[in-house]
Design a protein around this ligand. Structure first.
Ligand code: APR
Length: 232
């Protein structure tokens, strides 16, 4: 079986009703990104940050995977699939994808403020108990915080993502503006001769000189077209 790697972003979940970040009406138009998505912002106003992610978490419980997510999961019948996502939602897993790397964390998990990557401190939040509040303690006694990778923090899963990308025969980018590094740099790990596809309704800039097949559609319709192309 051939190896296929999907690099997905907020646009993958747009059809599930989750806002993207940089589109008009996106999250970063409504919220001050540095205050709610950076480690400095967390230390300046932890209550604001906890509230922001509590709201997004409650919204996620009411969302469902879309056809795009389902078709990505379907690909496991024909390929060795790795999904590398910048998304913190669990919609790929809920659609049936079994090999998902979350580069920017997971909204349904919480962790330690002292050592966010200490696996002994990572716990799962539920629909019955969705919120993190000031005073909630992690296993190490520190304030519990969202298991999210904020601007200014390292991206621990980047190495796994790069290793999977180096082995890809097919690399498919879906619903990301390729603005945020190191995730956007993964395209440079694709080996010569591997096929690259980009699914996005808008024009997305990618490194000059790369042979990329652009499918200018939304995630669901784009995945249907990709499936046809790959079955030819
Ligand atoms: N299907 C596919 N793509 C879509 C759809 C759709 N239905 N709707 C919008 N898009 C595209 C947009 O055209 C845009 O190119 O999704 C992309 C979303 O880009 P961003 O909002 O910049 O999101 P993303 O690239 O995932 O952001 C990366 O930035 O804010 C941080 O940590 C956050 O993980 C996030 C990272």
């Amino acid at each position: 079986m051939k190896n296929i790697v999907f690099l997905t972003g907020a646009g993958m979940s747009a059809e599930s009703g989750i806002s993207t970040f940089r589109d008009s009406g996106g999250l970063w138009e409504k919220y001050p990104v540095q205050q709610v998505a950076s480690i400095e912002g967390y230390y300046q106003d932890p209550e604001l940050v906890l509230r922001f992610y509590n709201e997004r978490r409650r919204q996620l419980f009411d969302c469902q995977p879309n056809e795009g997510h389902r078709l990505v999961a379907e690909m496991e019948k024909m390929f060795n699939v790795t999904v590398v996502t910048q998304n913190v939602d669990d919609l790929h897993e809920r659609a049936g994808s079994r090999n998902v790397i979350h580069l920017h964390g997971e909204l349904l998990k919480a962790t330690s403020s002292k050592n966010p990557n200490d696996s002994r401190c990572i716990c799962t939040l539920t629909k019955e108990n969705p919120d993190i509040s000031i005073g909630d303690k992690a296993a190490d006694g520190s304030q519990l915080r969202p298991f999210i990778v904020w601007f200014g923090e390292s991206v621990p899963m980047m190495e796994d993502a790069a290793l999977a990308t180096l082995k890809a025969d097919i690399f498919v980018i879906i619903g990301t503006s390729l603005n945020v590094y190191p995730a956007a740099g993964l395209i440079n790990y694709v080996k010569p001769g591997a096929k690259i596809f980009l699914i996005d309704p808008k024009t997305v800039a990618y490194p000059h000189g790369l042979d990329v097949t652009v499918i200018k559609k939304g995630a669901s319709e784009g995945m249907k077209e990709l499936l046809e192309m790959l079955s030819e």
